[in-house]
Design a protein around this ligand. Sequence first.
Ligand code: SF4
Length: 377
Amino acid sequence: MLYLHIPFCKQACHYCDFHFSTSLRQKGALVDALIREMELRNDYLSERVLSSVYFGGGTPSLLDEMELAAIFKAIEQHFQLEPQAEITLEANPDDLSIEKLKSLRDSPVNRLSIGIQSFAEVDLRSMNRAHQAHEARACIENALKMGFDDFSIDLIYGSPSTSDAQWLENLRIAFDYPLPHLSAYCLTVEPRTALAHQVKTGQALPVDENQATRQFNTLMVEAEKAGFEHYEISNFAQPGRYARHNTNYWRGKPYLGLGPSAHSFDGHSRQWNLANNARYIQLLENTQAEKLPASGLYEIEKLSPAQRYNEQVMTSLRTQWGLDWKLIEPQFQAHFLQSAQEFLASKHLVQEGQTYRLSREGRFLADHIAAELFYLG
Ligand code: SF4
């Protein structure tokens, strides 16, 4: 699995805490640096055959045809793509003109993840999104017209600007399209974002937990009616149309992340790149392969057995496949069984054989339940 972080956006959404710059001046230099990082770190994964490539960000749909072609040329040089490899590109509606979609269709990209967030102008303005409501619909229609039948859209619920009626309308509009996949996230006020500042200074309302819970419930009900499988807390797919890249990530498969702020995981340790475009470019211009570990490009954390167990609990319980008790390291199995009793009794967890899953009620409390099952000793 390969992840590429494209750290540029046209404007800053108020809620966003990802790494990006709104100045596109260094875009070309950053693509060169990213390709250089690929040259230097392509041996990170023991396996050179890729089942998925994911362009995230930031806004990867800001890459032009030449930049995208240069990245794919480098991927072909350093890796082998499985014949059915899933190649996803995150895109914003205002970038998805017919011409852009044509050029993406003629590239190896075979899946789009479109940042719709809402079909209502009032939400888009309060979030400071770069697109308008009419573009949210037009881009889906254009993507379908251009033959993209594999795509996902992102929606946000729980925003004070999103009434319950509007949320239902957002879902109705989305499900009117032949949508294979939906990711829906609750608005979160992350520290050091414009939204956090607005809430602190009274310019924006905080997220109302009751509203967020109601809207999550509506989401589950309406998605089920529309034939979607709720296969991860924030992700819904028509049968079999799961996002392969993300599913493998939740299953703990290794991945290489390239670009500023990108994370990598080799099964034993995590590493994350520095989140500074200018420094990233400079380091990759001047560093030789043997000097890379000491260059400051990334930090590494070796995961302890307890950290690995905690991650396993966190990610697998969020999925419909749940946690297979046999796959837990023997030293944590008793701890899990003991901590799980309370949630089995309250019916937030259900057990089938050796597998533990969140019940429908448990999904409302996923993070809390996982934290209670963690090993902190
Ligand atoms: S477009 Fe995406 S990455 Fe960029 S600021 Fe908005 S939410 Fe963040």
